[in-house]
Design a protein around this ligand. Structure first.
Ligand code: C2G
Length: 450
């Protein structure tokens, strides 16, 4: 008797799961299905799971495809089970290709093609849809988005759009998803939501057209290069009951929220100064280092460095000054934004051609918070006081490269789970676009003077 084993979360049970179990069963005579516990999913970084462990076990049972159902609750269990149940074949979907090759020592490992386009759950009772997401742009961050998708339950990337066919074709070859390069409307017809990861200057139009077509939008920052554009997009989305989320991933990371709440708790007293730095010496041929009009340090990192300022002081700054080190073509290799509020001051520093300490320092009347680089992922931070021996350290949970948290919030908001709207408010998004507009005006006036 050939025994087959497979594992999964099986959340919001859908055709993809059903197809996988059907083909897994066909590989042998007896199929064992391991269903993950909530705790194990959390430990392995799978988020946004809606159904409880028992509901997910019941979904698998009702499929009628499992000869035996077990619970997967810890890393390394797969190896134990394969030996314990004398398994001949381990199988899992192709989104995991390579991940489980190490099981080859114990049994045959088979990766089955995942089902490309799923949209509805097979659970009559579930009011959650599987969100079909299309990616606009097929560059570096789109690649990272694809890698994070399998850790976010309730969504499925079904297509991508890029007018540049060679980039799109490479993406198709790598991921096998459908690529559109011509009609944006045709691309929109096949999705429920879009993730916009195209060049900065194209975000506004892509977002506006998607919202008008009734599609939810997760857009890399900046959503717009001026205040009016941001206001217009937010109002349009609000009117149509469409989710519009700006992809500043730090805003959705659990550690960053913990850091902000700690700063607000009064533990460091009154906050009087904030210094946020984010520099990364970019590849000289990269867009951020070559596009004098829409590249440069500010457009790449200002939103991240302004985020803690707006979170802690709000958006009613009294004064703001922007200073840049620019090249002849006007591209800013380093930009400093100085803000003054009634209660304190702040400096946000960004660089693509200048390297500095990438820290976040929140200075207060009783002590200060120090989050070292990469503070924008907020994997750790500490509170220091006058007494050098008194230090409190924090190491919040953080998995993957951070995109899964904004993806999870996006799917939750589409499913009308609105409890986390505070993570990045419309006021904060508008304030960021306001300062972006100032920066773009200064960039233009500098070019005129030359
Ligand atoms: N699957 C699929 N097609 C989809 C979605 C999922 O074939 N459109 C497959 C996955 O590849 C997996 C199984 O269905 O083999 C269950 O998917 P999930 O519930 O998302 O489980 P996953 O997080 O992929 O866990 O340790 C757990 C396993 O490694 C798989």
């Amino acid at each position: 008797m050939r025994k087959v084993i497979t594992y999964g979360t099986f959340d919001l049970f859908h055709e993809g799961h059903h197809n996988l179990l059907q083909r897994a069963k066909a590989l042998g005579d007896y199929l064992i299905v391991g269903v993950t516990t909530d705790h194990f999913d959390e430990a392995r970084g799978k988020i946004n799971v809606v159904d409880s462990c028992l509901e997910r076990v019941e979904s698998v049972r009702k499929s009628g495809l499992a000869d035996e159902i077990i619970i997967e609750d810890h890393a390394g269990q797969k190896m134990e089970d394969i030996q314990k149940y004398n398994v001949d074949i381990f199988t899992v979907g192709s989104d995991w290709v390579g991940t489980f090759d190490y099981l080859n020592k114990f049994c045959q490992v088979v990766y089955l093609d995942r089902t490309p386009d799923i949209s509805s759950t097979m659970l009559r009772s579930s009011h959650f849809k599987i969100v079909r997401v299309g990616i606009v742009g097929t560059g570096r961050i789109a690649v990272r988005f694809m890698a994070e998708e399998k850790f976010v339950s309730g969504m499925n990337i079904v297509s991508a759009f890029n007018p540049e066919t060679d980039s799109g074709n490479m993406f198709h070859k790598k991921y096998g998803i459908k690529i559109y390069s011509g009609d944006y409307g045709e691309f929109l017809d096949g999705v429920d939501a879009v993730y916009i990861a195209s060049p900065n200057e194209t975000h506004y139009e892509y977002a506006k057209n998607a919202i008008k077509a009734g599609k939810h939008v997760l857009c890399e920052n900046p959503i717009a290069l001026d205040r009016q554009g941001a206001v217009e997009l937010l109002e349009l989305a609000e009117e149509r009951g469409i989710v519009l989320l700006e992809g500043i991933k730090t805003a959705y990371c659990p550690g960053f929220q913990q850091l902000i709440n700690t700063a607000r708790s009064g533990q460091i007293g009154e906050i009087r100064d904030i210094e946020a730095c984010f520099t990364r010496l970019a590849d000289p041929n990269s867009r951020e280092c070559t596009d004098a009009q829409f590249g440069g340090a500010f457009l790449e990192y200002a939103a991240y460095t302004l985020l803690p300022v707006f979170k802690l002081y709000g958006t009613n700054y009294k004064d703001v000054e922007i200073h840049s080190i620019t090249r002849e073509d006007g591209l800013d290799s380093y930009t400093k934004i100085d803000l003054v509020y009634d209660q304190g001051m702040a400096t946000a520093k960004c660089g693509v051609g200048v390297k500095t300490e990438g820290q976040l320092v929140i200075s207060g009347s009783k002590g200060y918070i120090l989050a070292e680089s990469p503070w924008w992922l907020t994997r750790k931070f500490k509170i220091r006081y006058e007494d050098p021996n008194k230090v409190e350290s924090f190491e919040p949970k953080f998995q993957g490269d951070g995109l899964r948290y904004e993806m999870s919030e996006f799917v939750a908001r589409i499913n009308k789970i609105d409890r986390n709207k505070y993570l990045l408010t419309p006021e904060e998004a508008i304030a960021m676009s306001e300062i972006t507009e100032m920066f773009m005006k200064e960039r233009k006036s500098r070019k005129k003077k030359e």
